[in-house]
Every structure is written in C-alpha cells, then in structure tokens.
Design a protein around this ligand. Structure first.
Ligand code: SAH
Length: 438
C-alpha cells in the first residue's frame, strides 16, 4: 500500500503533511514519488492568493483520470482549500474526492481508511491536538534520522482579522497547543535526529494568550531550551503588536534561540495599514525594529509586504518603499494583492490597482531589497560563523547561519546535522559560500 502527498503553501502545511505521512506510515503505508502508483493521494492546499488556489484546482483535475482508471484510489483533499466550515460546494464540484480534511488534521483520512464512524471533521475545528496522536510523533521514514530542521505548529488558526487575509476563515479561531504536547513532540523529534526546531503560528508571539494555564512564548522557549540534543530554536511569524520585551530578551539571552525575527509590516503607509486593519502605524513599526535591534545584538529581521492593496496610491506605495529603504531588513517576502473570497477587503474595497502597476511596484521593491540584502550580506565576507548543515545538494553542503542566511560549503566530510565554524569567502543577496575552519 502506497501513499503520495503533494504540498503547497506555508511551513504550516509542510508540517501538516509530515504528520499525515506519519499517520499513514503508522497504518502501514509507504511513500511513493509517483502519484500513479499510489493507493492514497493527499493534496494539501493553500488559498492565500488566487494563484495558489488555481494550482490546487489544476492538481485536483489532473487526478480525475487516475481515479477513473483505479476506482479504489483514495483521494484526500486537505488544507485551506477545504477549510473548517461546510464545504458542500467543493464536494459537488469534485465528486471524485473521497475525504475532505481541514488544515492540520489527518484524522478524517485516518477515520476513512480505518472505516471508523468518527466525525473527525467537525471535532477538529476546535481541536488543539492532532487527533491521531497524543504521544510521540514518528517522522516519516524518508526523514527519520535525516531531517535536521523540523517545524512544530504551536498555535493553530488565527483570530486577527486583517482585511485581506483568508486564513482565519479557513484555519479557524486561534488555539494554542498545550505546552506538554509541544515539548513531547520536540523531544521525539530530537530523538529522531532533529537539531533545529521552528515553532509555527500565524501570530506565534500570541502563543498562550488564549489559555491562562499556558506559558508565554518566552516561557515556552525557556522550556524548549532545556531539551538536550536540541541545538537551535526559531519561531515564526510574529505580529508587531505582540512582540514583548520579555520575548525579545528571551531570544537575546537563550543561546539556543537564534537571533532571527520574522515580523511582517505589510505596508509602510498609515492609511494602507489602517485599511488592512493591522493595528499599528508605520512609525510604531519603525520603533519596533529599533527595539528589536537594541535588545538582540546581531539580529536579522524578515518582513512581508503586500503591494497594490485596494486604493494604494503611488505616494502611499512610496511610503512602503522608504520604510524598506530606511530599515534595511534582511528579508522581504513580497506579494501582489489578490482579493480572497469572503474577506473584508474583497467584499468592501475595489481591487483598483492594475496588474501591471502591482507588478511594477513589486519589481521596485524586489530591486531595492536585492541591493540592500547584497550589502548586508557582504559584511559577512571574511567572517567566521557557526553553520548548521542540513544536506548535501549536488557537490555542496547546505546550511544556515544563526541569522538564517543560506551557506554552501564544499567538503568531503560528512557534515550532516553538524554545527561547524565556516569562513565566508563569497556573498550574494540570496546565499553565501564558505570553507570549513580547521
Ligand atoms: N499570519 C501570517 C500570514 C501568513 S500568509 C503573517 O502575519 O505573516 C503569508 C503572507 O501572505 C502574509 O504575510 C501576506 O503578506 C501575504 N498575503 C496574505 N493575504 C494576501 C492577499 N490577499 N494577497 C496578497 N498577499 C497576501
């Protein structure tokens, strides 16, 4: 019995797919890279932008002939295309799909395959645990003993209503996972060879805020730091309004927590930020970046930006441009605004920035960022940095610095899972090259 998983979208989906794979292997399935050989196919989908949703439909339609050829094939549609609510329309449109699963929940598929009558789908809308596991997470075979860097979802869902964002509608309200579950999962991952863990949440810095019995994210980081064999800890994504000094000081003082913060601005103009309902001004974002840099020496900072939000004028866009120009952040994930069904911006605001103009603004920020990041990275030249190596890609070992910069090193040694001092010999905006220090 074989399974095949196709995953699209964010790190949360990558983590979710890993847990589906784990559940399927527990039931005796083994992985195949070829969908036409599989008995079970899982499509884990993303709908954050129209392009992602279109990809999911394309994939889904490509499965129709497979199902016609092999009626025993089980097709599981999962993730944000399904969402947590009623999906009768999807069921009608894709009658050849056997199982529909909300994000982060393998249990409807497990229930289907084991013929149980569990109404897993309804239960999972408020669940803070994966239904199939209260204890250990066993990595899928291809990753066991090999995966160096793993993700752990710590907050499911999101209750912040950014006007452009479909995620709260599809992933449900914010639910922090019990700290014991997270710690148990982290320990299990470390036993299977994992050296680095990244905690995931839509607003990860709100961890624990929905349950008075839980620690804060800083408290969770302290407890995770105590796990022997775990070398590095990261977390994403933070919302500016929840970045407490307690959290920043935990990052600065805990040696295992890496000096890297992902904190999206989305825009650098107050009117646009207000229309997005982000809850802060551009000035407050600038102050936050200053505070992060003051409290965490050597920190690298990543942001997300949306260009072409409804009503965004040239001048408003230029405020975003100047924000990036002034702040000189290490990474900017750029997106062109895409109206999503059901969101406030799609219902009430006109998508009035033409596609070519969105593209022009996107390219301008892309060029700006390429220059800035090139300059930031050039400062690493000749420096020595500890790199955690993950895998060999072609002839070169690939790893990351504490600040999350990608480094390639040529070496005959087996560097898998090791942290080694590397002298940087070449830098570019997207990666660096170095040599092992003897
Ligand atoms: N909670 C996460 C959001 C994850 S979605 C966060 O705050 O970062 C990842 C990114 O996709 C968002 O940060 C945003 O920049 C982008 N995005 C979300 N909705 C979008 C939309 N409707 N159009 C374009 N980009 C969008």
């Amino acid at each position: 019995m074989k399974y095949h998983i196709w995953t699209e979208g964010c790190q949360m989906n990558v983590a979710d797919s890993q847990r589906v794979a784990s559940a399927l292997e527990h039931l005796g399935y083994s992985v195949t890279p070829k969908p036409e050989e599989a008995d079970v196919i899982v499509l884990n989908t993303c709908v954050v932008r129209q392009s992602a949703e279109d990809k999911a439909y394309g994939r889904l339609n490509s499965l129709r002939p497979l199902k016609e050829k092999n009626p025993h094939l089980v097709i599981n549609l999962m993730g944000c295309l399904v969402g947590i609510r009623n999906n009768d329309a999807l069921r009608k449109r894709f009658p050849f799909v056997d199982v529909f699963s909300p994000p982060s929940d393998p249990s409807p598929l497990v229930a289907f395959l084991t013929q149980s009558e569990v109404r897993a789908m309804e239960e999972s809308a408020t669940a803070t645990r994966y239904a199939y596991m209260d204890g250990d997470l066993v990595l899928p075979e291809v990753e066991r003993g090999k995966l160096v860097s793993a993700h752990i979802p710590v907050v499911y869902g999101c209750s912040h209503a950014c006007t452009y964002c479909i995620i709260p509608y599809r992933r449900g309200i914010e639910r922090s996972r019990p700290p014991e579950d997270i710690l148990a999962e982290a320990r299990a991952l470390v036993r299977q060879g994992v050296k680095e863990i990244t905690l995931l949440g839509q607003i990860v810095d709100r961890y624990g805020k929905d349950n008075p019995a839980y620690p804060t994210l800083a408290g969770l980081l302290i407890r995770l730091s105590e796990i022997e064999g775990l070398e590095r800890i990261r977390f994403l994504t933070s919302h500016p309004n929840w970045m407490t000094d307690e959290l920043l000081d935990a990052v600065a003082s805990l040696p295992k927590v890496m000096p890297h913060i992902e904190v999206p601005a989305q825009a650098g103009d107050d009117t646009v930020l207000e229309n997005m309902k982000r809850g802060y001004t551009a000035e407050q974002y600038r102050e936050l970046i200053a505070r992060i840099r003051e409290r965490i020496p050597g920190v690298s900072i990543a942001t997300d930006i949306i260009v072409g939000f409804p009503g965004e004028t040239e001048e408003q866009f230029m405020n975003t441009y100047r924000l990036l120009e002034d702040l000189r952040l290490d990474v900017a994930h750029l997106a062109r605004y895409s109206p999503r069904p059901g969101t406030v911006s799609a219902r009430r605001m006109k998508d009035d920035v033409p596609e070519e103009e969105k593209m022009r603004r996107f390219r301008m920020l892309e060029e700006l960022q390429e220059r800035i990041v090139g300059e930031i990275n050039a400062r690493y030249l000749g420096e020595s940095v500890p790199v955690l190596f993950e895998e060999k890609v072609k002839q070169r070992w690939k790893g990351r610095t504490p600040t999350n910069k990608l480094v390639f090193v040529e070496s005959e040694e087996d560097l898998h899972g090791q942290i080694r001092e590397v002298k940087i010999t070449w830098t570019g905006p997207w990666s660096m090259i170095g040599s092992l220090k003897k």
